[in-house]
Design a protein around this ligand. Structure first.
Ligand SMILES: Cc1cc2nc3c(=O)[nH]c(=O)nc-3n(C[C@H](O)[C@H](O)[C@H](O)COP(=O)(O)OP(=O)(O)OC[C@H]3O[C@@H](n4cnc5c(N)ncnc54)[C@H](O)[C@@H]3O)c2cc1C
Ligand code: FES
Length: 271
């Protein structure tokens, strides 16, 4: 977990290419790489159309503190992400970060179960790296609508990360598609069901569409497993100044996704 002070920093584009249908993979050089923690995010300004002034909040897949580089995966959904996808190698802009509170390690001993839906994969990938670095075993469920949306390179990387683990049980990376074009024909919750019913976990980590995370959190709670969720909200400032990213809490009241999250204990959230 980390809430380091937020600052505006420059970034330059080292790589920006299409990785799957509607999904881009980018690598940027930025000093934020030295301080950003797994599960935190950055708020990027994309040069171009002055009518689009909001920054784009993005999680990251991997940060290399020595090389000062960060790897991103993002879906092109609107004007901002379209212009981001058009930035060329060598293009420069600014970002604000590191923002928010990231993942924390399990509070009890045991394996972790990671569940990613769609472009929820980058922070889940960062969590996998954090767990691997801490010597904690994990299984992963990765879901998408269809095979063309799957990030094959990242799935292979997750497979080799889990394969290196010292553990007395087989490691699993379960791939699911809603239309059955790759892996299990079903939702991530279908992929998760068999794992959580047959294996012991200390912690579930999830990021994806809200409806998916609600289902994952419910299943984790039913099995008595602690669950962290990385939530998405529309954002303005990204650091607690504009109050536009409210998350309703189970105990009543609201938290700010950008500052108190994006990672929350699933039990804190009013689903
Ligand atoms: C903490 C955080 C981390 C994120 N990390 C990633 C990531 O790693 N990869 C990735 O692909 N996306 C990520 N997102 C979502 C990403 O920020 C939005 O897709 C992006 O801001 C859309 O900008 P746009 O100008 O292209 O789209 P717009 O033209 O602003 O909107 C296009 C569509 O996207 C929706 N949208 C816009 N902003 C958000 C948002 N903040 N959350 C959910 N839906 C939104 C709009 O409702 C609309 O339907 C993250 C969001 C948050 C809050
Ligand atoms: S985005 Fe401004 S307070 Fe959260």
């Amino acid at each position: 977990m980390g809430t380091a002070s937020v600052a505006e920093q420059e970034f330059s584009v080292l790589l920006n290419e299409q990785a799957a249908e509607g999904i881009w993979r980018a690598k940027i050089a930025t000093p934020v790489a030295a301080s950003i923690a797994s599960g935190q995010f950055m708020n990027l300004r994309v040069p171009g159309d002055g009518s689009h002034i909001l920054r784009i909040p993005l999680s990251f897949k991997h940060a290399d503190a020595k090389a000062n580089t960060i790897e991103l995966l993002y879906a092109v959904v609107g004007e901002g992400t379209k212009r981001l996808s058009q930035m060329r190698v060598g293009g420069v802009s600014t970002l604000v970060g590191p923002c928010g509170r990231g993942w924390w390690l399990p509070k009890t001993e045991g394996r972790a179960l990671l569940v990613a839906g769609g472009v929820g994969l980058p922070p889940i990938f960062a969590a996998a790296q954090q767990l691997a670095d801490a010597g904690i075993g994990f299984d992963v469920v990765v879901g998408n609508h269809t095979a063309e949306r799957h990030l094959v390179k990242e799935i292979d990387e997750l497979r080799s990360m889990t394969a290196g683990e010292v553990c007395d049980c087989e490691r699993r990376v379960v791939v699911c598609t809603d239309d059955g074009t790759l892996g299990l024909n079903g939702f991530t919750t279908d992929g998760m069901k068999e794992l959580i019913e047959t294996r012991a976990y200390a912690q579930v980590y999830t990021c994806g569409p809200n409806v998916m995370m609600a289902g994952v959190a419910k299943m984790a709670m039913e099995h008595g497993v602690a669950c962290q969720v990385s939530l998405e909200r529309m954002m303005g400032c990204g650091f607690g100044a504009c109050s536009c990213c409210n998350v309703a809490l189970a105990k009543g009241g609201y938290a700010l996704c950008c500052q108190d999250g994006p990672v929350f204990d699933a039990q804190e959230v009013a689903w």
